[in-house]
Design a protein around this ligand. Structure first.
Ligand SMILES: [Zn+2]
Length: 240
């Protein structure tokens, strides 16, 4: 872990917070609805995510809270500090920083509305593959790129099988997220893919049991799986 890069990552996370908030507010809508472009309370048009830094936690006109203040800034700062500290100055850091920042927004959306919108996961494939390709060309490591692509295919296929076997437990959004994480795992190696995926299921299982014991949920409650899959991915990518 490189301290200088970790500090740079934390600063980048804080700066990206308002843009991520824009992404979360726009995309945390029920399935089938268009992205939100106006305040749910006063219908005033909201700034787009492109207005980097302009997106506060409250509606600019009626002050209705749009998201919990500081949560996205702190989450992005923590994730990017870990990721940039881990990949300090390497070319693959860009791919992991991109997936880390996207992961923060996806986890927040999944926790709010229990979905991982295609509008965010699908365009992330060409972006992540392009970033890994640049790293593979610069580092002359085509084997890693091949492994990343195979990892993405393998994990998406495995999750698709799980969705077919147990519909309701996982959604197709989880399949598309799994493919993205498979890319990130595969780049680092097959053990990371196996352990990273297992960590996601472990975090989900432990949290579910904890909530059941605390009687915060019942057996029929639906808990979003995406945040746990992302947390497992972060821990394994940073530590393995
Ligand atoms: Zn408003």
């Amino acid at each position: 872990m490189d301290a200088t890069w970790a500090v740079a990552g934390a600063l980048l996370g804080v700066l990206l917070g308002p843009a991520l908030r824009g992404v979360v507010v726009r995309h945390a809508v029920p399935s089938g609805e268009p992205p939100r472009s106006a305040c749910p309370d006063c219908q005033q048009r909201l700034p787009t995510w492109r207005a980097l830094g302009a997106f506060s936690a409250r509606c600019p006109s009626c002050r209705t809270p749009l998201t919990t203040p500081l949560v996205l800034e702190l989450a992005a700062a923590a994730v990017l500090a870990l990721v940039l500290g881990r990949f300090a100055g390497q070319w693959d850091a860009a791919a992991y920083a991109f997936l880390g920042a996207l992961g923060v927004a996806l986890a927040a959306i999944d926790a709010r509305v229990q979905r991982l919108p295609d509008r965010l996961t699908l365009p992330a494939y060409p972006a992540a593959i392009a970033l890994f390709t640049v790293a593979a060309v610069v580092d002359a490591d085509m084997a890693a790129l091949g492994r990343a692509l195979l990892g993405g295919l393998a994990l998406a296929a495995s999750f698709y099988l799980l969705v077919c076997l147990r519909p309701g437990d996982l959604g197709t959004g989880d399949v598309k997220l799994a493919g993205l994480l498979g890319l990130a795992f595969g780049w680092l190696g097959w053990p990371v893919l196996v352990l990273g995926t297992a960590a996601g299921f472990l975090f989900f299982g432990l949290t579910s049991i904890g909530l059941l014991i605390a009687r915060r949920v019942t057996l029929s409650s639906q808990l979003a799986f995406g945040p746990f899959l992302l947390a497992g991915a972060l821990v394994s990518v940073v530590t393995l």
